[in-house]
Design a protein around this ligand. Structure first.
Ligand SMILES: Cc1ncc(COP(=O)(O)O)c(C=O)c1O
Length: 414
């Protein structure tokens, strides 16, 4: 029976109040675009960090439908969540600690990135599970993070070959990660590529014949065919965002998949000189109307991003005053709401979307916050319900779904 708010459970649907709307057709389009750029190399869809905030399971399914053949995550726990959702595609996890559950990874057929120290733990897990581990050896060609240094590479390869001969593991892949591919004019990508070719030759001499050699991220997929090898690991581009300063998503043939929206939650006339939000960093210049936008830094909107754009009824307004935990303010100019003027209470407010209609984008918010577009979408918090549009018949019915860790319906109906 319908509840008091016309819903089956008696709660208002929180996604009507605020949501991150994920267009799964945009995800599929972007995967097809990246696959065409990568061809003949295959595409690994990088869905770590809950698919950069878009929702790992629905994005993984959409990416696989559109032609991605692999999935990539940072943590084994992220990989296990995908397996628990019934996703059986080849799946690599590459960032571990001595506490990581290598046994569960081997049991679930999750490929494990190995930079060196993990090898003994992976082999122990394979013995325990009585099943060979699937391993991708990682080399540090210059980024200075994970991966074996070139100096110790032969030893890692030698040890891996020994364990492979004993049937304890299979070297499925060899990989490295690029540091500056988003700045195509920089020479270091050439150095990393040369180092990668060298370590591949060493591995080959040692008798390793991996199924996949992989180096490229999104910017390299789009700008450096010589880095593609057998597989590209694409994250940002799948979400439709540009990795290049000065080149838009549209110029790259990509479609931003996330729209962050809410509704105006208060609209009132104020006198000239009205201070706005904590610290009074903004005062109205004349009689004006303020619109309250019920999203704040607890929802993942950066606190430092005053000036970030909010689109209401086709007009884009900058946020004025400090962004607070739950809310922010736009100055609408004099609407004379109290004298019967037009109120925008309840009107949709879009912080960012695909930008197709000239509306604001995640890139605009990145500029306002002094960060990159990766961080803007990834940090949208679990308090914001994710909703999905353009789901394919294969992935289930469209509708509202909580993101990983999302809160339960928040608003008891009146
Ligand atoms: C190892 C690795 N490969 C690939 C990617 C995907 O990079 P991008 O989002 O630039 O495509 C990441 C993300 O940071 C990564 O850590």
């Amino acid at each position: 029976m319908a509840g008091p708010a016309g819903t089956s459970h008696g709660y208002a649907r929180p996604a009507h109040e605020r949501s991150a709307v994920i267009d799964l057709e945009a995800i599929r389009h972007n995967v097809r675009r990246l696959a065409a750029a990568a061809e003949p190399a295959k595409v690994m869809a990088v869905v770590k960090a809950d698919a950069y905030g878009h929702g790992a399971v629905p994005v993984a399914r959409a990416a696989l439908e559109a032609g991605a053949s692999w999935l990539g995550v940072a943590h084994i726990s992220e990989a296990l969540a995908l397996r628990a959702a019934g996703i059986e595609a080849p799946l690599l996890a590459w960032l571990h600690t001595p506490e990581s559950n290598f046994g569960a990874a081997v049991a679930a057929g999750v490929d494990i990135g190995c930079s060196g120290w993990e090898l003994e733990q992976i082999v122990a897990a394979a013995r325990e599970q009585e099943r060979p581990a699937r391993v991708h050896l990682k080399v540090d060609t210059g980024l200075g993070r994970n991966g074996a240094t070139v100096e110790v590479w032969d030893r890692l390869v030698g040890d891996a070959v020994e364990y492979q001969d004993q049937g304890l593991l299979r070297v499925v892949g060899i990989f490295s990660h690029l540091a500056v591919a988003d700045e195509p004019e920089r020479p270091e990508t050439d150095d990393q590529l040369a180092a990668f070719r060298e370590v591949l030759a060493i591995a080959e001499d040692a008798g390793v014949d991996p199924e996949v050699r992989h180096l490229a991220n999104t910017p390299a997929t789009l700008s450096r065919p010589d880095t593609h090898f057998d597989l590209v690991r694409a994250g940002l581009g799948i979400y439709g965002l540009s990795p290049f300063e000065g080149q838009t998503s549209a110029e790259l043939g990509l479609r931003p998949a996330m729209t962050l929206r809410t509704v105006v939650s208060h609209c009132k006339d104020v006198h000239s000189g009205q201070g706005v939000s904590y610290g009074f960093n903004y005062h109205t210049a004349g009689e004006s109307t303020l619109g309250l936008i019920p999203l704040g830094y607890a929802d993942g909107v950066p606190r430092v991003a005053t000036g970030g754009p909010v689109r209401v009824e086709g007009i884009t307004y900058p946020v004025v005053g400090r962004i607070a935990m739950d809310q922010m303010v736009i100055d609408l100019g004099p609407l004379d709401v109290s004298r019967g003027g037009h109120s925008v209470l309840g009107a949709e407010a879009v912080l960012f979307g695909d930008g197709a209609d000239g509306g604001p984008t995640a890139d605009d918010w990145a500029r306002a916050a002094g960060t990159n577009n990766y961080e803007i979408v990834t940090r949208i918090s679990p308090r914001v319900p994710r909703t999905y549009i353009n789901e394919s018949p294969l992935s289930g019915a469209p509708g509202e779904k909580p993101a990983t860790g999302a809160t339960a319906p928040e608003t008891p109906a009146p």
